[in-house]
Design a protein. Structure first.
Length: 247
């Protein structure tokens, strides 16, 4: 009886966690540069003081789908998209380098180039600081940043820095809880000249809403089945207790 309850309760808990992963994907279906998380369930053997005779379910984020999303033209000077394995380098809250696909940038009052979350964008010489005041910012396909100072002629552009764009596959990076990607242990990620920049565009989320909704329904049905198993185990326990009373 306890084996049945243990498997059913652990399975119900992990089904809820799987639903949380899928609902988070759906919530970010329109988030620029978002990469869908992959949920995976498997059975794990429970080890303790006695023999390993118990098994429980384990739901885990097996990885992230790093395939490219669609490219949406915005026409905004500070919007950029990168080729499939290209990543924009930013500084996380700890001041370490991390990677993102969200190329919606802006300039602070201090001249810092930041992403949508206010994280500093990194160039080849460190965090990018633009000389203020400026009238226009443009990006070349190789990541070179050019600005037109205020009052300068319309055809005048001055090169100030170059974005630190790295190339990495899904096997080389892993997603953190803050949504940023970092190099996996033992992986070296370097700047690559093969990555191209698409100015005036953004990469959309790679979430497939229909696929995620189908998975949500599947997790919900699994949860309902496991709850029924728990109720069945309770009914069997009550019947066994009744038999013991008769004896």
């Amino acid at each position: 009886m306890d084996k049945m309850l243990y498997i059913a309760t652990s399975g119900a808990k992990q089904s809820l966690l799987g639903m949380a992963v899928k609902s988070n994907n759906l919530a970010n279906a329109n988030t620029t540069g978002f990469k869908a998380d992959i949920a995976q369930a498997r059975s794990m053997q429970a080890f303790g003081e006695g023999l390993p005779t118990r098994v429980f379910a384990l739901q885990e984020r097996a990885g992230t789908n790093t395939s490219a999303g669609g490219i949406s033209a915005t026409g905004r000077d500070l919007d950029i998209a990168m080729s499939e394995q290209g990543w924009l380098t930013v500084l996380d809250d700890a001041g370490s380098e991390a990677y993102t696909k969200a190329g919606s940038l802006s300039v602070t009052q201090e001249g810092l180039l930041v992403d949508r979350e206010g994280r500093q964008v990194v160039g080849e010489g460190g965090p990018i600081i633009l000389p203020l005041p400026i009238e226009k910012v443009s990006f070349s396909k190789d990541g070179t940043i050019q600005v037109r100072p205020q009052g300068a002629p319309a055809n005048f552009l001055e090169e100030v820095d170059r974005l630190k764009i790295v190339q990495a596959s899904g096997r080389q990076v892993e997603k953190g809880n803050d949504g940023l990607f970092r190099a996996r242990e033992g992986q070296n990620i370097d700047v690559s000249a093969e990555v191209s920049i698409i100015p005036g565009a953004l990469e959309t989320s790679n979430v497939n809403p229909v696929h995620e909704m189908v998975d949500m329904i599947s997790h919900q049905r699994q949860f309902e089945l496991q709850v029924k198993l728990i109720k069945t185990a309770e009914e069997n326990d009550q019947r066994a207790e009744s038999l013991l009373r008769i004896v």
